[in-house]
Design a protein around this ligand. Structure first.
Ligand code: SF4
Ligand code: SF4
Ligand code: SF4
Length: 283
């Protein structure tokens, strides 16, 4: 059985329970042959990275839990000079063997430098490299990884690779940095992408307008997509083309339609602010 993981960034409430759970599980606890004790400082086997996009006052924060990707073609294994010190289990979990790693051969820390996501940490005291083990000791007991179990917001979906890949396809998830060609087994929903957002309100009432139809059309190709504003009047289009120019059309029953031409996506997260709809005149 091969494992894979889906992380829905949009659901994260930035509570840090995942980081705390990993510390609780590993600080002061060794799980041979998979892991030695994690130091309580200077190592974060799972780290919530917060990226800010947009311009004040329309800024969006993307909280992205980052942990070992348990890659199919792990660059860390290629970088390690000690045979078998980093290996893949039959479940495709990438493990640093604490005993084999402790050779003193790696003063330049090649695996730490070799991991493009920076998720390997060198323990100067015990002279070994350490990272997320996907809680393999728990998996062997039929339990979920500690950090996934602790998340109150349903951010993590974990399971057999073919099942996770079905969800990946259905929910439009993607791996981080495919250009590294490492074959990460972690997929994300809601990674930062070129985004156009806005908020629809009544011109007189200034109340949010839900359920308005918003269509955007790219000027050059003529390709169009649409969505409806949510209960708070917000709408969002993701994965658009950087630098492209769009026209935005808003329609809602009881209101006059509104068009905004020539919206250029010159920043990664563009927010149109409050789009005010005037009431339609009664005939
Ligand atoms: S994410 Fe980094 S540490 Fe994890 S398997 Fe890939 S290269 Fe190795
Ligand atoms: S899967 Fe386990 S080892 Fe990996 S970050 Fe989560 S708690 Fe830590
Ligand atoms: S536990 Fe879940 S909701 Fe909380 S910070 Fe981690 S991923 Fe986000």
């Amino acid at each position: 059985m091969k494992y894979a993981l889906l992380i829905d960034v949009n659901r994260c409430s930035i509570c840090f329970a995942c980081e705390v759970a990993c510390k609780d599980e590993f600080v002061g606890n060794a799980y041979p042959p998979y892991s030695a004790t994690q130091p309580d400082v200077e190592q974060e086997w799972i780290k919530l990275q917060e990226f800010e996009k947009g311009k004040y006052p329309y800024v969006k924060v993307y909280p992205i839990p980052l942990l070992c990707m348990h890659c199919e073609n792990p660059p860390c294994i290629k970088a390690c000079p000690v045979p078998g010190a980093i290996y893949k289990t039959e479940d495709s979990v990438v493990i640093i063997d604490p005993k084999k790693c402790d050779t003193g051969e790696c003063s330049t820390k090649p695996c730490v430098k070799g991991c493009p996501w920076g998720v390997i940490f060198f323990n100067e005291e015990s002279n070994i490299s350490q990272k997320c083990t996907l809680c393999i000791h728990r998996l062997k007991e039929g339990q979920e990884p500690a950090c996934f179990d602790a998340c109150p917001s349903g951010v993590f979906l974990f399971g057999e690779e073919s099942e996770i890949l079905k969800e990946v396809k259905k929910r439009g998830a993607r791996p981080m940095n495919p250009e590294y060609e490492a074959g990460p087994r972690v997929y994300y929903i809601g990674l930062p992408s070129v985004t156009l957002a806005g908020h629809i309100i009544g011109e007189q009432s200034l109340m949010d307008i839900p359920d308005a139809k918003v269509a955007i059309t790219e000027k050059k190709s003529g390709s169009a997509v649409s969505c409806k504003s949510d209960i708070s009047g917000n709408f969002v289009f993701e994965n658009l083309k950087a630098g492209a120019t769009y026209s935005v059309d808003v329609q809602c029953r009881g209101y006059k339609p509104k068009t905004i031409g020539n919206v250029k996506l010159d920043i990664e997260y563009k927010h149109l602010g409050d789009l005010k709809l005037a009431k339609a005149t009664k005939k």
